[in-house]
Design a protein around this ligand. Structure first.
Ligand code: PEP
Length: 253
């Protein structure tokens, strides 16, 4: 039985006091649930990681970096290593979010290096995959998702897959208010699970958590998570308000 996993990606939002208040507010509103019956993570901007870690220190909510660099240290201006994320109390790292792929221009190869660096640095990566609207219209969703999953998990052993979550996030649904229907999302989640069975084995595929992301909200969370292969949500906009995100977390129970 896979435990539900709800993650909030704050993107380039909040400020020092607002971020800490948001984190504390959600932790209080979901006391006894978050981190217990459902795994919960926040992904604040790098500069607020430490204050958010402190704000939720009495809860079991996990904190993660929105990105990570694959090198351990050195002349990589502006980048953040796995060790730095761990040092400030992170347990997760987002790898290959669609905004990193399509706005910043990250390749599948770079995303794979980030996944590997997360795991070897003791962090749990969330590998984000998903198709553009033109790829869906051209019926290339499975082709794109398969390429991203296979490339993103290259050289990740079966043993190391215990640390990995996959997030299916159709790019056309992110931040647009357009949510994939539960059937559309379930179809791709089942495809990813079958792909993992092919890459590893059926038992491992049954254990990997696959989140859906793309305009998830309090009023569609339960229906999405009611689908057989949807094990939680990666949430952007609706993770920025205490009531909205707390309601999504409660919908997972
Ligand atoms: C995301 O950033 O991963 C995301 C799913 O954003 P939103 O919920 O705003 O679509």
């Amino acid at each position: 039985m896979r435990k539900a996993f709800i993650a909030g990606n704050w993107k380039m939002n909040t400020d020092a006091s607002g971020g800490a208040a948001l984190a504390k507010g959600i932790a209080e509103a979901t006391d006894g649930i978050a981190g217990e019956s459902v795994d919960v993570a926040f992904f604040p901007p790098f500069v607020y990681l430490q204050s958010v870690v402190s704000a939720v220190s009495s809860s079991s909510i996990g904190i993660g970096g929105q990105d990570i660099y694959f090198e351990e240290k050195g002349a990589f201006t502006g980048e953040i290593s796995a060790a730095m994320l761990k040092d400030v109390g992170c347990v997760y790292a987002l790898c290959g979010h669609s905004e990193r792929r399509h706005v910043i221009g990250e390749s599948d190869e770079l995303v794979n290096k980030k996944v590997l660096a997360s795991i070897s640095g003791g962090l749990m990566p969330i590998l984000c995959v998903g198709e553009l609207i033109e790829e869906r219209k051209a019926e290339k969703t499975e082709e794109v998702v398969e390429r991203q999953v296979r490339a993103g998990l290259k050289d990740v052993s079966a043993e190391k897959m215990a640390a990995v979550t996959v997030a299916y996030e159709p790019v056309w649904a992110i931040g647009t208010g357009l949510t994939a229907t539960p059937d559309q999302a379930q179809e791709v989640h089942a495809f990813i699970r079958n792909l993992l069975a092919d890459m590893y084995d059926a038992k491992l595929a049954e254990e990997v958590r696959i989140q859906y992301g793309g305009s998830a909200k309090a009023d569609n969370a339960a229906e999405l998570m009611g689908q057989k292969d949807i094990d939680g949500l990666l949430v952007g906009g609706a993770s920025l308000k205490v009531e909205d995100f707390a309601a999504i977390i409660k919908a997972a129970v």
